[in-house]
Design a protein around this ligand. Structure first.
Ligand code: ATP
Ligand code: MG
Length: 632
């Protein structure tokens, strides 16, 4: 591991030199005075004094060499359309959008809330904002009115950019009524709502407030809008964490550090080639979409694919057909998406010519070994897990194949990425624990470039939430459990609030889930701890079988449940054996595909499931409720 070790050591021991070098990967209008301003710990200001612009780095600087290369390719299986924009065309569309913003008084530092489906105009809007120094806040399209209202009040946008509707699995999801209701509920009122009318759902514009994008676009014509040079520390965007565990936090990101971090990651982690195609199946509403649909690939001069649709419609081969069609070099998806595909035939992948594809990256949730090897085998390509958070904006753990092609370790996302001084700390003392021992995954100050600057509008919450876990030392807590081995590979054992205490034994839900997933009949599983009078807590498992007939009768369920319990007992011991194994056909997840364990746990304990605004499909919770009652 010599090359990687030297690289990583330098990144954390000589961060100034390391990041000064990486800063050369992007364009600066004025060089920075210093690499890092350490004057306000635990805050970190990267590249102070430097002037740059994200849109310039993502679009304008490529015009001379890549003007005709496709920059943005849009594919929609929802409305059966596709479109491609070259860098020159993207430049033009972004300027038009920027001209519309300027025309209606949006300026540097103003917030613009983007509530959009996965259409090219959403990308134009993001790039247009950063072009003029406005701060975007993308809210996942179709989010409930209440979630949207709290985000409007938190970011106080001058303008909202939206659309008549999105579409999900072939059904139109009207956005306008949700948006109108959200603005109605919110205390803050945006001055204008710019509506991109897709013709999916008729609506009545509100005179004086609502603007029509097509008319505005025609009115601004081909006006040139130069990039506004902003301080490297100028906020580029606010993005709320997905809200799996509580009140959403507005993660505030800078400009210069973010561009440098993404450029670094594109080379050292994702190994993309300028001119190649990057296909990330996430949504622009999530951090993965911000970093690896929009900014990362474009900064790196790649072609990025924006996909509106699901992985299984019209059939389970769609992602691979698109990868073949656009000759994707790098793909990025989530374990959830792969687990959905696992229920289908691998012929969907084998039939495609994926010779251009080098690696499939997966992030967002623990990647269990069976799922990883299933997809790796079906594709015949390396599958690379990577671990990060909305807060960090780019991977904390992974395999830096661009530096050294380290062997991946099953069940582990990998080793620390550059600039991250990762520690596994004892939850009480805050002292580092030896390899092989479980602890809280923490990061020492400073967080590297690209990570959150603060909680939007609430510096105190930033310090209190992230930097105050341990009395003895001020470190950033990820709130995830981890265990490192001698070589520095870290395995994530779940969130610190997802620990089950069975008769004094503390067990990570992740460990039990991993064990259950190793049973061949299991497609997906969620394990929660439910209060138990005798043992404190007991583990309850909700299993989605790969083949529904395995849970079709009481006898079949009892048989499979017994096998699953036996599997866990054999692998982890009797304490970890779930007290109940119940069967459902889907699990409750957030719209970003994360298990809503706290709601499942609440139902197990006969409590109210809590805030459900981020829940993807309410019937999944009904199934949990039903299983608890009908299955012994
Ligand atoms: P909130 O913080 O509001 O509860 P969230 O944590 O679900 O929401 P994200 O920032 O999208 O929001 O998710 C980051 C978390 O996802 C990580 O802290 C970790 O728990 C989990 N995660 C992400 N990638 C991986 C991975 N590769 N392996 C294991 N867990 C992962
Ligand atoms: Mg989180």
């Amino acid at each position: 591991m010599a090359e990687y070790s030297a690289y990583h050591r330098r990144s954390v021991e000589q961060p100034q030199e390391f990041w000064a070098e990486k800063a050369a990967l992007i364009d600066w209008h004025r060089p920075f005075d210093r690499v890092l301003d350490a004057g306000r710990k635990p805050f970190a200001a990267w590249f102070p004094g430097g002037l740059t612009n994200l849109c310039h780095n993502a679009v304008d600087r490529h015009l001379a060499t890549r003007g005709a290369q496709p920059a943005l390719v849009w594919e929609s299986t929802e409305v059966d359309r596709s479109r491609s924009y070259s860098y020159a065309e993207l430049h033009q569309e972004v300027q038009r959008m920027a001209a519309i913003l300027l025309r209606h008084g949006v300026g540097q530092g103003d917030r613009v809330l983007i509530y959009m489906p996965m259409i090219p105009e959403a990308v134009f809007a993001m790039l247009a904002c950063v072009r003029i120094g406005a701060i975007h806040s993308v809210v996942f399209g179709g989010f409930a009115a209440l979630s949207l209202a709290t985000r409007i009040d938190d970011a106080t946008p001058k303008m909202v950019i939206s659309s008549d509707a999105g579409s999900r699995a072939g059904r139109v999801v009207p956005y306008k009524p949700l948006l109108d209701e959200a603005i109605e509920r919110a205390t803050h009122k945006p001055g204008h709502v710019l509506m991109v009318d897709r013709g999916l759902q008729p609506f009545t514009p509100l005179p004086g407030r609502d603007l029509d994008y097509a008319a505005e676009r025609a009115a601004v014509g081909d006006r040139e809008v130069p990039c506004a040079w902003v301080e490297a520390t100028h906020p580029s965007y606010i993005l709320y964490t997905s809200g799996t565990t509580g009140r959403p936090k507005g993660v505030q990101r800078d400009t210069g550090g973010y561009a440098v971090a993404l450029a670094t990651s594109m080379r050292d982690i994702f190994c993309g080639s300028p001119g190649g195609t990057y296909f990330c199946t996430s949504d622009i509403g999530w951090v993965v979409g911000h970093s690896y649909i929009v900014y990362g690939p474009l900064i790196h001069g790649m072609t990025t694919v924006l996909y509106e649709g699901t992985p299984v419609r019209p059939d389970a081969g769609i992602l691979w057909r698109l990868a073949e069609k656009h000759r994707a070099q790098v793909m990025f998806s989530s374990p959830t998406a792969v687990r959905v595909l696992k229920r289908f035939d691998t012929a969907f992948m084998r039939e495609r010519d994926l010779s251009s594809l080098e690696r499939l990256f997966l992030a967002g949730e623990p990647l269990d070994e069976p799922t990883a090897s299933w997809i790796a085998e079906a594709l015949g390509k390396p599958v690379v897990d990577n671990y990060w958070q909305t807060e960090t904006g780019w991977p904390i753990l992974g395999i830096p194949a661009g530096v050294q092609a380290l062997e991946p370790k099953p069940g582990s996302p990998g080793v620390a990425m550059p600039g991250y001084k990762v520690g596994i700390l004892d939850e009480l003392s805050g002292e580092p624990v030896p390899p092989g021992q479980k602890g809280v995954l923490a990061i020492e100050w400073p967080l590297p470039p690209g990570c959150m600057q603060t909680v939007w509008g609430d510096d105190k919450r930033f310090v209190d939430t992230y930097w105050s876990t341990f009395a003895t030392r001020q470190v950033y807590s990820t709130f995830d459990w981890g265990v490192a081995d001698e070589r520095g590979y870290v395995t994530i054992l779940g969130r610190t609030d997802d620990v089950i205490n069975v008769a004094g034994h503390r067990l990570g839900t992740r460990e039990i889930e991993e064990s259950i997933s190793s049973h061949a009949a299991v497609a997906e599983v969620a394990v929660v701890g439910a209060a138990d009078e005798l043992k404190g807590q007991q583990a309850v498992a909700f299993v989605v079988p790969r083949d529904a007939t395995r849970a079709a009768s009481a006898e079949a369920r009892a048989e499979l449940a017994a096998q699953i319990m036996q599997t866990v007992q054999a692998q982890l011991g009797a304490v970890a054996r779930p007290a109940r194994v119940l069967f459902v056909s889907m699990l409750p997840k957030t719209r970003s595909g994360k298990l809503l364990r706290r709601s499942i746990q609440a139902l197990c304990e006969q409590r109210a499931p809590g805030d459900l605004t981020t829940l993807e499909d309410p019937t999944a919770l009904e199934q949990i409720r039903g299983a608890l009652v009908s299955q012994p």
